[in-house]
Design a protein around this ligand. Structure first.
Ligand code: ADP
Ligand code: ASP
Ligand code: MG
Length: 401
């Protein structure tokens, strides 16, 4: 049996924890498993490296950022291999390149284009435990690239796909996927299973327990994905195809995303093509626009609102300013958050959205924006009510039962 395991930043956060991971890997080895182990940088390390770069420049070259950031995962990969060797196990550490991961040229947010698993397969045949530095690959020019924040999850899923592994296990400090972030609502319940689509919504809507791209790829490649804890031997959560009994559950989880900022454009020239121009320019600048609302125009003018990640607000302002002849004014609000309700059961049940609105109204929370899909309802509200809203929704949909 071939298993890809991934240990996140908290799980390798200090030398004792790396020793703990070495023990867990050794145990899986003793059970007869072939293993490819993907590791993150020690927790806080990637942020520290980013701060170092900003000491010298507000706008450091993305190519050099990749060179810098990829080093964090290499440290852990090498240390884990050394720890395993010291215990008498044959282990080898590989960078993304050595593991055969080739990406496109989008530095700091590269996409994996292909994986040549030969080197890993040869090492496995020789009886070695393969340790791979997560979050990185190499582009066609030979430069190192990174896969976006949280990208070691993606490395693990992609390697599991390329190696046709029996399963991929993502280890963090929680023992699975919960109905909401257990740090916000201690009454949150662990789910035994969740569908790829629900998990993808939860990740995209802000639950950072799994990186959204990794869930998308797991679905595409049919990778059997588990979320587990590196600090316990509890069962974990299986992320898998949707099954019929999943639809009996109306709502699977609620999600809070604090990384939101709202942009409101007032007095926008109400003419064909204006939205296309504004949003094309935002897209050209790689700004991820999330929710959009436009009101019916009067007197040739309309209002247009949308949200972006807080980290992209400054760039969004620049784009908005370049439309000054088409827009009378703009307001920006960083003190907003997004609360979302997710569940495949919504497909076949009416009234889920209405209930969410009622719950927030009963808590006296004003909803600023709404967006829905077949399996989710998202609402933008004042940031200071985010956690309150999550707990109220969690209770209203009886997720603690
Ligand atoms: P790692 O550093 O191992 O990659 P992360 O910090 O990225 O781990 O993810 C684990 C964290 O995700 C947990 O500590 C938890 O607070 C958070 N989290 C958010 N939403 C959920 C959820 N629905 N279920 C479980 N954990 C969640
Ligand atoms: N170290 C990277 C980050 O902090 C990648 C990861 O941990 O998955 O985003
Ligand atoms: Mg993570």
């Amino acid at each position: 049996m071939l298993v890809v395991q991934k240990y996140g930043g908290t799980s390798v956060g200090d030398l004792d924890r790396i020793a703990n991971v070495a023990n867990r890997v050794a145990k899986a080895r003793e059970e007869g498993k072939d293993l490819v182990v993907v590791v993150s940088a020690m927790s806080g390390e990637t942020n520290k490296l980013i701060d170092y770069a900003h000491h010298f420049s507000d706008n450091p070259s993305k190519k050099e950022m990749d060179m810098l950031l990829s080093s964090g995962e290499r440290v852990t990969a090498a240390l884990l291999a050394i720890a395993l060797q010291a215990k008498g196990y044959d282990a080898v550490a590989m960078t993304g390149r050595q593991a055969g991961i080739v990406t496109d040229n989008t530095h700091t947010y590269a996409r994996i284009e292909k994986i040549d698993p030969t080197a890993m397969q040869n090492a496995i045949k020789e009886g070695k435990i393969v340790i791979v530095a997560g979050f990185q690959g190499i582009n066609k020019d030979g430069s190192v690239t990174t896969l976006g924040r949280g990208g070691s999850d993606l490395s693990a899923v992609a390697l599991a796909g390329a190696l046709h592994a029996d399963q991929c296990e993502i280890y963090s400090d929680v023992d699975g996927i919960y109905t909401t972030d257990p740090r916000i609502e201690p009454k949150a319940k662990k789910l035994d299973t969740i569908s790829y689509d629900e998990m993808l919504e939860m990740s995209s809507l802000g639950a950072k327990v799994l990186q959204n791209r990794s869930v998308e790829l797991a679905k595409k490649l049919g990778v059997k994905l588990y979320a587990k804890s590196s600090f316990s031997d509890n069962e974990g959560t299986l992320i898998t195809e949707e099954s019929e009994n999943m639809e009996e559950v109306l709502v699977s989880g609620v999600v809070l995303d604090k990384n939101q900022a709202r942009v409101t454009l007032r007095g926008v020239a109400d003419r064909p093509g204006i939205a296309a121009e504004i949003f094309s320019k935002l897209a050209d600048e790689n700004i991820n626009v999330d929710m959009i609302i436009q009101n019916v125009g009067t007197d040739g003018l309309t209002n247009l609102g949308f949200t972006v990640p807080q980290s992209e607000l400054e760039n969004a302002k620049k784009v908005v300013n370049s439309f000054d002849h088409d827009i009378q004014g703009a307001d920006y609000d960083e003190n907003v958050c997004k609360v979302s309700v997710v569940g495949v059961g919504m497909k076949s049940h009416a009234g889920v959205a209405a209930k969410a609105f009622t719950v927030l109204a009963d808590s006296n929370i004003n909803i600023q924006m709404i967006s829905t899909s077949e399996i989710k309802v998202s609402m933008i509200i004042d940031e200071k009510y985010g956690e309150l809203a999550i707990r109220a929704l969690h209770e209203a949909y009886e997720l603690d039962k």
